[in-house]
Design a protein around this ligand. Structure first.
Ligand code: AHR
Length: 524
């Protein structure tokens, strides 16, 4: 079923004898058992794995983040919603990718600076053909990142832009000295540069970013990357190449082979948990069969990360180049009656399962996956926030992100996991997923996901390494049914509550994880 599981079974001999690799060791079996190595953790789980993504798409920017300076209905700071700022700050969001997505390769940044009433109105060709008035531009985004306390990740236009346009954008936002672009920035009200480190060089170059072949894009990347910085990259730009579409392993092979690694901070990867592109199914009111298929797509991330990492290891055994999963999440049919180009979908416990499982995968591969971006932050795809005029709700995915923030910049505790199956029809999936870390204060956190739609999972956790734990506490996110979600009328239908089904005895921990739930435990 999963090729990664075949690899894992060959490593079963190591299971439960504290033989831990950097990544986790999975196997499907008749019991749920997790062995965690608690001593000498090596790998840091980069906080940037918990990044977000904001595209000029539907109501993500307009109505989501930004309501305009003259809005009198929604409380805002310079047009940015106050409720959204507060909610996102609670997540400690580490970075925010903007302005796309596909939109990025049509975006000309100069359209979005200067007096707002003079900015050109353009057509958003990819997303609904609506008018983009450019009222939210570079200053708005970068100032908003400061309000959020997050690092901006700018996606540059390669598909329909020029090298000069990108170098000028860099000068505009990053250069403190004398130049036409820094002078223009000051004229537009910003004295000091923002110093943006993260730069995407195009987006989905194999598709909406130019339909390029990998060899062609590798050359284009080299050209753009050359003019983005100086000989020694003294301003420490982190340049990210547009990466593979799912299982396009040849893309990764060619880019790792053809791009000099000193020019490459990260290589992207996009994977959406979509059942079928022509028949995605509803975001709510789905069947168990549809749920199972979504879970299968979500689990696929494990195989993708493993196989892209293996190729990267061949060219970069020291793991200098990061795998940046800068688009991931569930993708369903839009809510009935909404613009098909706006990708607005509700968010249920199914999405909480995708989030919990995917973040466990990223944590366990933190040696290579050092950045990721959930698609997208507000009102688009697997959003953490939904808005309706002045109303705002937090989705189940928001709560998973909030529960998992304890892993940000913590040290990964490698684990070996044997899990029972979640069976549906003739198919089966691993029911349990897990990751663990220890934070700077010495607290251990274990995140557990049970995707089984019907059965609770009894999980026994062995903690090796000599650490003595005295207490365990935790929170759980679950609901009555899988399709449950928060609404503007019932915004707190789903939220984390205290979890009492974890028992610590000696060095062993026993946990009963309810069906379709996410549990995060803290051990001290
Ligand atoms: O997130 C929506 C779209 O999905 C992005 O614009 C694009 O990069 C991807 O295909």
């Amino acid at each position: 079923m999963f090729s990664f599981l075949h690899t894992f079974t060959t490593r079963l001999a190591c299971l439960f004898v504290a033989c831990f690799a950097a990544a986790s060791v999975f196997a499907q079996g008749t019991a749920n058992r997790i062995s965690i190595q608690t001593s000498s953790p090596q790998t840091t789980i980069s906080k940037h794995i918990y990044g977000h993504f904001a595209e000029h798409l539907g109501r993500c920017i307009y109505g989501g983040f930004y309501v305009g300076e003259s809005n009198t209905k929604v409380p805002h700071v310079k047009g940015i919603r106050k409720d959204v700022i507060e909610a996102l700050k609670q997540l400690n969001i580490p970075n925010l990718r903007w302005p796309g997505g596909c939109f990025a390769d049509t975006y000309h940044w100069k359209d979005g600076v200067g007096a707002k009433d003079k900015r050109p109105k353009i057509v958003n060709v990819w997303w609904g053909g609506v008018t983009e008035d450019n009222s939210f531009g570079t200053h708005d985004f970068l100032d908003m990142c400061e309000l959020l306390g997050t690092e901006p990740y700018l996606a540059a236009n390669v598909g329909s832009g020029t090298v000069q346009e990108l170098t000028e954008w860099l000068q505009y936002v990053n250069f403190g000295g004398v130049s036409p672009m820094s002078a223009w920035r000051k004229e537009n009200g910003r004295e000091n540069p923002w110093k943006v480190s993260y730069w995407g060089v195009g987006n989905e170059a194999w598709g909406c970013g130019g339909n390029m072949k990998p060899e062609h894009y590798a050359n284009i990347y080299r050209q753009y990357a050359t003019f983005m910085t100086d000989w020694s990259n003294s301003n420490k730009l982190f340049r990210i190449a547009s990466g593979a579409n799912g299982a396009d392993y040849n893309w990764t092979e060619v880019l790792m082979r053809d791009i000099p690694h000193h020019m490459l901070g990260g290589l992207a990867l996009h994977h959406y948990s979509v059942i079928e592109w022509n028949s995605k199914g509803p975001a709510t009111g789905f069947s168990e069969e549809q749920y199972f298929k979504t879970m299968k797509q979500a689990w696929r991330m494990e195989e993708l990360v493993q196989r892209h990492s293996t190729i990267m290891d061949k060219y970069d055994p020291a793991k200098r180049v990061a795998l940046v999963v800068d688009e991931w999440g569930g993708w369903y049919d839009v809510e009935p009656g909404t613009n098909p180009g706006f990708l607005y979908q509700q968010n249920t416990m199914r999405d909480a399962m995708i989030a919990g499982m995917t973040l466990n995968i990223f944590n366990n591969h933190a040696d290579r996956v050092r950045m990721a971006n959930l698609a997208q932050t507000i009102n688009v795809l697997q959003a953490v926030i939904l808005t309706d005029e002045e109303k705002m709700i937090l989705t189940p995915t928001y709560h998973v992100m909030e529960m998992y923030k304890v892993h940000q910049d913590a040290k990964l505790l490698p684990l070996a996991l044997q899990t029972k199956d979640y069976a549906f029809g003739n198919d089966k999936l691993p029911a349990v997923s897990a990751s663990a870390s220890v934070d700077a204060q010495g607290r251990t956190h274990i995140s557990l996901v049970n995707i089984d739609a019907k059965n609770a999972q009894e999980v026994s956790v062995d903690l090796f390494g000599g650490t003595t734990y005295k207490t365990v506490s935790g929170r759980v996110l679950t609901a009555k049914t899988l399709t449950d979600h928060n609404t503007f009328d019932k915004p707190e239908n789903i939220k984390p509550v205290a979890f009492n089904a974890a028992k610590l005895k000696g060095g062993a921990l026993n946990v009963t994880v309810p069906p379709f739930s996410v549990v995060v435990l803290e051990l001290k």
